[in-house]
Write a protein that binds this ligand. Structure first.
Ligand code: NAD
Length: 444
């Protein structure tokens, strides 16, 4: 933290020509692209995700650094209308200072890139803390940044437990802003602690995001999209579409097709390119998934398939969970609380307004998907949903350049957008008197 402070105060990074900073950030993207294969494998071995997923992330990480390399030269202030005659005013966007970036274990390098790239582009210095269990790719990023020409002290990577090291970062007076991705419980605690030093805070937290499937949807596309929406990354995804709301007239057919497809998903060895569902990253996460499934059955939700650990064929050596589905009532806890695993909950609705009501009846508001061919409906529903992202007829909804973040208890602030640059900047207003006569307010 002191290294980051010192690097900030020398001003070497922030006052460097923005075009030069942009080239260095672009170089980071190039170096990551060159080593994408080996970094993806490192992520797989650290995290347990599939190699296919990790390769996709590496490509998104390269895009993220490229996007913010471009943003570095465009963090414009404004020229303001004269507030009174003989005055001109403009604003400067200056780096917010030292950024403490703290991230979760589900997308270790991807989540780090969402913070490091805009922070570097805005001229900030950074202390990056990856999750305790998945530190390896963040350390690689630190090395790559130095190689790309980022001055020493600008990007510092520290590893260790959140309760001690993360907590110390949030308390530390040398840090000006905390950019956090993790659970809502930790986010709440971080916001409270950061208030003591009035740090700026952005929070990307949990979710219980819905897919809304209307009877007029392309059923085939909706089944495949909803399947990917929950089982991608073994469901360990903040924006996982863990609630699937289906209109009553197509409910039985949809659930049957979904179940049939789900059985075909290959769960197992993350390094095998054919595998679609990799491991659960942490033993305690596997235990949480098991406990949530047991609690779901106990409260009366109907288990349709899965709900058990994968056994046999060498699976016992790893942390694998069978893809799981429940049919539930919106009041069931299993339909309300984040599980963070390959567990989907089906809910039935009759009308559009009921679908919106169920979808919005959540403390979270990260993302939602709508499946329908009716252009008026999708636009009507997109406006009614209280979520940071709405994906229409597509399972893909996260791209560099498109703001990503939550409503309600899914957090505040946005990542990935150009507007994110503002969250790593302070606005300075510069007011100049240009009149010929000197001002003498007291007339003395
Ligand atoms: P977590 O909150 O337990 O940990 C996240 C990070 O915070 C880790 O680096 C951890 O070491 C650190 N940490 C823990 N206690 C801390 C403290 N007191 N002070 C400072 N740092 C502390 O979350 P997790 O279990 O690693 O990740 C899963 C959660 O992250 C899920 O809720 C998921 O939805 C959320 N998530 C959100 C997004 C998003 O963009 N919205 C993306 C991925 C994951």
């Amino acid at each position: 933290m002191q290294a980051a402070r010192k690097a900030l105060e020398t001003g070497k990074w922030a006052t460097m020509a923005a075009s030069r900073r942009a080239k260095i950030i672009y170089k980071i993207a190039q170096l990551i692209a060159e080593r994408a294969g080996e970094i993806a494998l490192l992520e797989v071995r650290d995290n347990g995700k599939t190699i296919g997923t990790a390769k996709g992330e590496l490509s998104a990480i390269v895009d993220t650094f490229e996007f913010y390399a471009g943003a570095a030269t465009k963090n414009y202030g404004s020229t303001l209308p004269a507030p009174v005659p003989n005055y001109i005013a403009h604003t400067l966007l200056e780096p917010v200072g030292v950024v403490g970036a703290i991230v979760a274990w589900n997308f270790p390098l991807l989540l780090a890139s969402w913070k490091v790239a805009p922070a570097l582009a805005a001229g900030c210095t950074i202390v990056l803390k990856p999750a305790t269990a998945t530190p390896l790719t963040a350390l690689e990023l630190g090395k790559i940044a130095l190689e790309a020409g980022v001055p020493e002290g600008v990007l510092n990577v520290v590893t260790g437990p959140g309760s001690e090291l993360g907590q110390a970062m949030v308390e530390h007076p040398a840090i000006d802003k905390i950019a956090f991705t993790g659970s809502t419980a930790t986010g709440r605690r971080i916001a409270a602690t950061a208030a003591q030093t009035l740090k700026r805070v952005t929070l990307e937290l949990g979710g219980k995001s819905p897919s809304l499937v209307f009877a007029d949807a392309d059923l085939e596309a909706a089944v495949n999209g909803a399947l990917y929406g929950i089982f991608y990354n073994a469901g360990q995804t903040c924006e996982a579409r863990s609630r699937v709301l289906v209109q009553d007239s197509i409910y039985d057919e949809f659930v049957a097709r979904f179940g049939e497809r789900a059985q075909k998903l290959r769960v197992g060895d993350p390094e095998d390119a054919q595998t679609q569902i990799g491991a659960i990253t942490l033993e305690e996460q596997l235990e949480k998934i098991a406990a949530d499934c047991r609690a779901g059955e106990k409260e009366g939700a109907k288990r349709l398939f899965g709900g058990t650990r994968v056994a046999g064929d060498g699976h016992d050596r790893g942390l694998f969970w069978n893809v799981t589905a429940f049919e539930a009532d919106p009041k069931h806890r299993i339909a309300r609380e984040e599980i963070f695993g390959p567990v989907v909950v089906f809910l039935k609705f009759k009308t559009e307004s009921e679908a919106i009501e169920i979808a919005n009846d959540s403390e979270y508001g990260l993302a939602a998907s709508i499946w329908s061919k009716d252009i008026s409906r999708v636009n009507r529903v997109a406006r009614a949903l209280r979520t940071g992202t709405v994906a229409i007829n597509t399972p893909y909804a996260v791209f560099p350049g498109v703001p990503f973040g939550g409503y309600k208890r899914s957090g505040y602030g946005r990542e990935l957008g150009f507007e994110t640059m503002r969250l790593y900047s302070e606005t300075k207003s510069v007011i100049t008197y240009v009149g010929e006569k000197p001002i003498n307010p007291f007339g003395v």
